[in-house]
Design a protein around this ligand. Sequence first.
Ligand SMILES: [Zn+2]
Length: 174
Amino acid sequence: MRRRIGIMFALAACAALATAIAIVAVAGDKASPERNINVQDIPETTVKDLIGKAKDASKKAYAPYSKFSVGAAVLTDSGDVFTGCNVENASYGLTICAERNAVFQMVAQAKRKIKMVVIYTPPAKPSAPCGACRQVVNEFGPDALILSVCDGPDVLRKKLSDLLPDAFGPANLK
Ligand SMILES: [Zn+2]
């Protein structure tokens, strides 16, 4: 009898532990910044269009050294879209990323406010923008949403301010 009670107690303890783990998992899920960001103010069709344009841009990448073809699509507050691909150089150091290429295309057309940046990379894991690109995006879109997609099912959704907290920006020079 005592043994049966012991087994029942053990089962109850396991159930309680499983419940606790489930609660922590849900809490962790809610706390994840990737899940907290919604793109509800940006229509799904627009996001799909941006993903398609980022993928198309990656096909134009000049990446003979890294073989890492990246495409980026920048959405402005006025609804315009600018794309860019990475352009490598034999000097390596003069290589420019797809994100900065797209942002510079935007600036060249006299647009100044970034609402969202979509980045496409071919591997099965999405890639966040490099530090230099985060800084450049911050100049024109400190509140921009960054969406990284790839050939796998994973996506990375972050606010730029989460990727570059306490950023140095135009306000620091006033
Ligand atoms: Zn970069």
